[in-house]
Write a protein that binds this ligand. Sequence first.
Ligand code: ADP
Length: 258
Amino acid sequence: MTSLATRSVTAGYGDRVALRDADLELRSGELVAVVGPNGAGKSTLIRVLAGLLRPRSGAVSLDGIDLRGLDRGQIARRIAVVPQVFDTLFPFSVREVVGLGRTARLGILGRASAADRAAVARAMRELDLDSLGTRPIDALSGGERQRALLAMALAQESDVLLLDEPTAHLDPAHQLATLDLLRRLAAERGLVVVAVLHDLNLASALASRVVVVAGGRVVSDGPPARIVNEELVRSVFGARLAVLPGDPPFVLPRVGGR
Ligand code: ADP
């Protein structure tokens, strides 16, 4: 059982505060969708949860241990992050990129063990990458690249998986396949999975919990059927959206004053 929690976390950049007073407890088995408008503070929340951005005040803890007490390697063995952008200066092959996920686990000689190779092979299979293994990462489509990054994170075999817009470049079939995989990783392997998502319908259909971030604050948190309602969606995303209640609820645009 893993738990990742923030207690009264405020964080930002320079003199800009991007996240205020965030209190969240994220547990094994959950697929948590973080939703909210652009600039709301979602990526900042992911960075803080990953230990990549230090809170200005408050604390983040993993199984009750303050992240400030853990070094980078200890954090990387427990928490994997799939960033929105990933730039390499070197044209690594897809298999090499997925292998980077094992870096925090390599022995002192940096040699890949049988366990490392098995984790890389499994992650590539799960993301449908077997036919792309030798292709340079910078010669892939946006969607293929996104799957390779997700495989890199899976190969890490962490307890927590944090993803910043993992479906942004995927076609509808791969969006669904990816979220289904994330849901299974949470339900079957007991991972804590937190994903920033923009599609409220995919989030409602597949996440077990929706965390709404707006204006740097967590404004709502709970199961989709309760959280994704017309009042909330219109107050956070604007009046041009409507919601058909249900489980899952369904968000649709209002067009031409209808
Ligand atoms: P979201 O992911 O919801 O779009 P972010 O967490 O990226 O929002 O950004 C929240 C706020 O912090 C925004 O006002 C954004 O301009 C600002 N911000 C994000 N990253 C940086 C940065 N590296 N330096 C300065 N300001 C930043």
